[in-house]
Write a new protein. Sequence first.
Lengths: 343, 749
Amino acid sequence: MLEIKGLKTHFETYDGVVKALDGVDLTVEDGEIFGLVGETGCGKSVTCYSVLKLLPGTAEVVKGSIRLNGEDITDASEERMRKIRGGEIGIIFQDPLSALNPVMTVNEQIGEILTLHQDDELQELAASRNIPTYRSEKWNLSPGFEFTIMAVCFAFLALFTMLGQFAFGLPFLIMIGFFFLRDYLQRDLPDSALDLMVLDALSKVKLPNPRQVASSYPHELSGGMQQRVMIAMALAGRARMLIADEPTTALDVTIQAQILQLIKDIQKETGMSILLITHDLGVVAETCEKVAVMYAGRIVEQGPADEIFTNPRHEYTKALLASIPKGGEERLEVPDIGERSAI
Amino acid sequence: MRLWIYVVRRLALTIPVLLGVTLITFSLSHMMGDPLAPYITEKTTEEQAAALRIKHNLDEPLRVQYVTYLRNIMTFEWGFSKTINQPVSDAVREKFAATLELSILAFVVAVGTAIPLGIFSSVRHNRWEDHGIRLFALFGSAVPIFWLALVLKYVVSFQWDLLPLGDRYDPILWDVRDPIEIKTNFLLIDSLAAGSLPHFMDALKHMILPATVLAYGSMATTIRLMRGNMLDVLGQDYIRTAKSKGLSGTKVTMKHGASNAMIPTVTLLGMGFAGLINGSVLTETVFTWPGLGYWAILAMRNLDVSAILAYTLFSAVLYIFANLIVDILYAFLDPRVELGGHLSVGEIAVVSLSILMLLVSYFDVEAGVWFGTGALLFCTGFAVYFTFTWLWKNPGDMWLPALFIGTIFLVWSILSAFFMNIVYFSLLLYSIYVIRNWDDIKLEITPKLDEFRRAAYQVRRNPLTILGLWIVIFFLAVAALAPILAPPAEDQRDPKRMEEHFDYNFDLQPPCYFSCTGNSGEEDGYVLGSTNRGYDIYYGIVWGSRTSLDVAVKVVVTGTFIAAVIGVISGYYGGRADDVIMRITDVFIAIPGLVLALAIIAVTGERSIEYLMYALIIVWWPGFTRIIRAEALRIRKLPYVEAAKAAGASDFRIIFKHVLPNCMTSIIVIATMDMGGIVLSLAGLGFLGFGGAADLAEWGKLVAFGQEHLLAGEWWAFFFPGLAIALWALGFYLLGDGVRDILDPRQRS
């Protein structure tokens, strides 16, 4: 499914070139959950941003190849990448609250990805049920801007009325009238195809009361719900591959377990492949079939999860496993074994 | 909280602020000389004067006069303007239309162009397009509005003869040849209503230049705001999410970036409106636009008290309502805003007392006086009681009143010119401290030096910051080397005073640049030309840099100190004291800065540069205090302050170890920027004829000299001093902008 070979990504900084990725090789097969573990700053996130070409301006992929379903996407055009992002690879970010746009409702945010990647299905659904395709997108501006326009219209209307030149206020009155007329006409239209598909996506991630969630803003939801919305968004484009970048780090332990279970369930249902990035070995042990251990921009060990946990070969893997706190024991530091990326 | 409650609360809160504004205008009017002056002519007899005095209640005690004044405001009896021989309320109605027409056009143009430019600039961050737009925007903030107006007027109207030189309309067309009905006094609309294209074109032609000048300043601020907000938003995580959905670049920028960045920009447009009011004073003066600003300047030059007061009050009301609308808009635009805000008992008490006060005095002046006195006593007693009980309970916080007393002492020391002694003394103490503890300090400095090297690297990467640095260094050098660059004549007592010549041969000499035959200041020796009365422009610019530096440093240092102390404490403690301080700053901010400074100077009647400085400090501290207070308010909620509290640190320690150092970035940036801003205000005041003694070397005054002879084609007299002002401000703005980028740790990568 996803094949990365000899990937090197470098950052330009004040202190010189930082080799964030220094030859990463990994292969995610169809329909498996692949864990990528390593300490903070070892280049896990940079790997997935390199795949999706979402790197910041100071970073650059200097070497290596990335293949998705056999297609080389290392130098894919921006247009092709846009099809891939969301359509073929979905991604879940670490902190759901900051990763969701604060001034758009959940409905709008999920709807966006559906219109981009599921447009044919939307048209089909609309045609088969004889409902509008995307009404809310077409006629409503964001409430704030509608208010601004209304306020300006009222101001001018008042101004011209006070000045005794009502005729000049007439266009503004018509504008206001138009808004009210639109609200009247749209008072109870049936759900559009887009609405239905958003609700469907939300119920797939087992959100209770999807209709209410859809109309709320991200900050009105709890952390677990936000992360479910993120997942729903990543799945909405029917991607065959999901990258989960530390999906449980910002959540508390009970919610973590629920989210991980959800991810496993979804994988079972859809058969998609998942690249799970985490620094939590417990999470890996629980969910992943295959694991790669990353250190200082390189993959130091790769293999089936059981094997790596029972029989680690590389020094770093051993040290990493040894640092897991066991009941009653003191927590150990991860020892530095050198070979950190050269500065 | 529901929206309408919020709106009602905000409306209610404006009432005490408005009362405060009337208090200021009232005290101004009584310091400004005899309020009876407009009614008295040479023919008025003593008896008539006495009768007038009784008629206008001027024989009553002050408190009765104040309440009468309040009542007159409410009943629209705003007095009589002697400069235009018209009742003030009529004049306001008539002139407001002229100003509003100009402002609306300028505002629409400014916002309409600035927002796309700001977005474009942020998208092209740190590329040449961005640098270009930034420079354009900074230049717009830095260029003195009156100078830009003069340059445009000279080039477009005088040299090319494309547009009219000033005024609102062509009197021959409108009054004589084809008079049309003027109903709204919005000439564009009236001409449209009459269906006359020539009238419309004429009005439009008259508007183009003033509107352009007015729009440029406002546009510059909006571009910078929009760019900053966009950069902030584009660095957010949800932008990455949007990209990961497969949205195209433009869609990410517009839908997810711009719509988020618009929210804070829109809220600051209220401030932009205040800028327009300030700017319109200067623009209208240059273009003789018969609006409020021009009228106000005429009134101030002639000490037309009722007109000044009405104008001050009117602009304050306008500003308050503009901000009110913007605040409500903000609540709508951003779904995250909680319309809460605590409804404290004190607030309700103050609001209801002020409403009652207004109501009572509307119906009966006598009762109003009694009620007002009672309410004032009640509030003061309450405040004193609370302060003492609080101090009684927390004796450890005694340093707080001590600090406030110290600040008051400082303000006094500034007013009595004692301040510079304190500065020198503390510098001396500090250097002794540094010398004695050099070893410890050396250890502390080492990591700071590394930081400094990083900063230097950042500066080197940004060409604009380097440019700003060089401009600032250049002006500092000019100020320092003034006696060498432009040696004063031997018989000159004060080198800062320009030498006046009564011989016509010295008047309005064109610049001779490097080919002067005479010595500087002599006939045929004016490097940059001379004004009438033979003032040497080159000499004025060189020594004027000292005046500017002097005023800017003093105002910024004292203002910063006051603002830092009050802002940090008010923000950190919050609560009742904060409420009171914020209402006081509200009152000061409500009156546009230039207007307030002008009023203060007009009142004192002293045209010395010291009074100018006090006026600038009074105008400047409230805005700065609010910024620092907001910063402190943000910081006090951060986890590390909580952690310090949990570790048992005292408030004193937290304020000086955690809150103040973290406010330092904003303080330094704003102080640097305002080194430029203060000089702009100073020059504006100087241009309007309030710039210290008549022969003091001051840039704004030199521009004013030039303005008088613009139509004789003597461009050098206004061009060079104005250029100096613009460059000075540009240098500090660029530097401040660069410093912000460096000091903000989030910018590092």
